[in-house]
Design a protein around this ligand. Structure first.
Ligand code: NI
Length: 195
């Protein structure tokens, strides 16, 4: 069952509870680069299931989401209280030809966009952090809230990428039995060492 916008917000915020969102955000590009290091573009473009995004598509989504987020921040700052329009992220995958994106270039694009957005955020006054827009599905969202949501969104997709890579490793049987007991980050590390 698909989660409601409220359930989604709760889950995403849960990933960054007690964390500083800008610190989380600043570390993401490096983590992406580390996760995909040594893995071929063809493998990164392989979908884990016909209806699931590939690692490359997830990274393209992160890069495009950073454009959306960057625009929203600027729009709210320029016109506090303005409407925030939702977009259909699945349609963007096909309309934006994510299957043809180069995953390493997508990380580079994400990195530059993220750097520009963080540089902007660092200049905001305390009052500007409280400015908000009206999201068409989720209602009132302040800059503070949006920045926290983006940090949680990063963690969500990093975990998704880790799972895909760990799973594809087991599926292709390239590992020694002992390694198969490992999960998550450690599994990915073992895998990277062996490639
Ligand atoms: Ni997403």
């Amino acid at each position: 069952m698909k989660e409601t916008p409220q359930q989604y917000t709760e889950r995403i915020l849960g990933y960054v509870e007690g964390k500083r969102p800008l610190v989380v955000q600043a570390a993401t590009a490096k983590k992406l680069n580390r996760l995909i290091k040594g893995i071929s573009t063809a493998e990164l473009r392989r979908r884990p299931a016909p209806e699931k995004w590939s690692v490359s598509e997830i990274i393209a989504h992160l890069a495009d989401a950073e454009i959306v987020g960057g625009f929203r921040l600027r729009f709210i700052l320029g016109s506090p209280g303005a409407p925030i329009v939702a977009y259909d992220q699945d349609k963007w995958v096909t309309s934006g030809h994510y299957d043809q994106r180069d995953p390493r270039k997508s990380v580079a694009h994400f990195c530059v966009l993220r750097e520009a957005n963080i540089a902007l955020l660092k200049t905001l006054t305390p009052e500007q952090w409280k400015h908000y827009g009206m999201h068409s599905e989720r209602g009132r969202e302040s800059i503070e809230h949006i920045v926290r949501m983006f940090a949680g969104h990063d963690v969500n997709h990093l975990q998704q990428i880790e799972k895909i890579l760990a799973h594809s490793d087991l599926k292709f049987g390239c590992k020694r039995p002992l390694d198969q007991a490992l999960v998550g980050q450690r599994l990915v590390k073992v895998r990277l060492k062996s490639t």
